[in-house]
Ligand binder design. Structure first.
Ligand code: UTP
Length: 289
């Protein structure tokens, strides 16, 4: 990549079955971390990294996401009339922070298929991908860490995180040649390797910076298990060509699409809030005695 990252795609068209019944009518990306929808925290990460355009991949019944980033005249009017200036600014900031558009994935046919749905909106440019349910809590935004490496090397990047051996089979896994800065040149990628067969303990986390020719590669990927088009299969092509770096990012990652991960993210975020920290700590002490 020869220029700073300008565009990102946020796939948010999955069914969220792990969160039923909550996700029957509400997209899981709208479930709040304390009081802020998960997807807003992800958009904020992209904005902090200097991104100007966000493309959300929506599915059926995901209008709530578009509404959330749109102006809400009734709400803004009521808040103004009631003199609630702080809340007015909070609500206004959400719609003013970034240029956001959405595209539709007609059927949830996998992450690769969701990224492909954004092809026309992205055009002939490098772009980032941030999964709509994966949170990275870090000083330098997660996607910004990847963009920096893509600019330095001219290569695509994927976020990697070491996980305990007994959990590797739950993730996409990458292996390759170690670079002096702790990152790796990815040579191999495997989606959820059977226990004991993983080529490393470096799990792929939901952040990527990709070149525009990834769309042509995705168009050739054959549907795998469950008829899904896997992004990992397209990344494996980049890896074979020596065009993919695995970035050991700095920060805490939370899987907000998983029930335990979601609860942990809520506690982590609440503990950072001065208005909630003491009360929450007192409660946790009481219930864990
Ligand atoms: P997940 O596999 O975590 O989402 O995809 P899911 O399928 O909704 O989850 P469960 O297992 O049924 O609970 C990671 C991200 O990719 C999006 C999801 O919305 C989520 O943000 N995604 C997944 C799509 O946009 N389209 C798809 O076809 C699949």
């Amino acid at each position: 990549m020869k220029h700073p990252l300008r565009k990102v795609v946020i796939p948010a068209a999955g069914l969220g079955t792990r969160f039923l019944p909550a996700t029957k009518a509400v997209p899981k990306e709208m479930l709040p971390i304390v009081d802020t929808p998960t997807i807003q925290l992800i958009v904020e990460e992209a904005v902090r990294a200097g991104v100007q355009q966000v493309i959300v991949v929506n599915g059926r019944g995901k209008g709530a996401i578009e509404d959330h980033f749109d102006r809400s005249y009734e709400l803004e009017d009521t808040l103004t009339r009631k003199g609630k200036k702080d809340l007015f600014e909070l609500v206004r900031k959400i719609s003013d922070s970034v240029r956001l558009s959405s595209v539709r994935q007609k059927e949830p046919m996998g992450l690769g298929h969701a990224v492909l749905a954004a092809k026309a909106a992205v055009g002939d440019d490098w772009f980032g991908v941030l999964l709509g349910d994966d949170l990275i809590d870090s000083e330098e935004p997660g996607i910004g860490q990847l963009a920096r490496v893509s600019m330095q090397t001219g290569k695509a990047t994927v976020a990697l995180m070491p996980v305990p051996d007994d959990q590797v089979h739950l993730y996409g896994v990458a292996a390759g040649k170690a670079l002096p800065d702790g990152n790796i040149t990815v040579e191999k990628m495997v989606e959820k390797p059977p226990r004991g067969t993983a080529p490393s303990n470096l799990a792929v986390i939901g952040r990527y910076v990709l070149p525009p020719d990834i769309f042509g590669i995705l168009e050739k990927v054959k549907p795998g298990a469950g008829g899904e088009i896997q992004l990992t299969d397209a990344l494996a092509v980049l890896a074979q060509e020596g065009r993919l770096i695995g970035v050991r990012f700095k920060g805490e990652r939370h899987d907000a699409g998983d029930r335990l991960g979601y609860l942990q993210a809520n506690i982590a975020w609440a503990l950072k809030r001065p208005d909630l920290r003491d009360g929450l700590l007192a409660y946790l002490r009481k219930v864990t005695q």
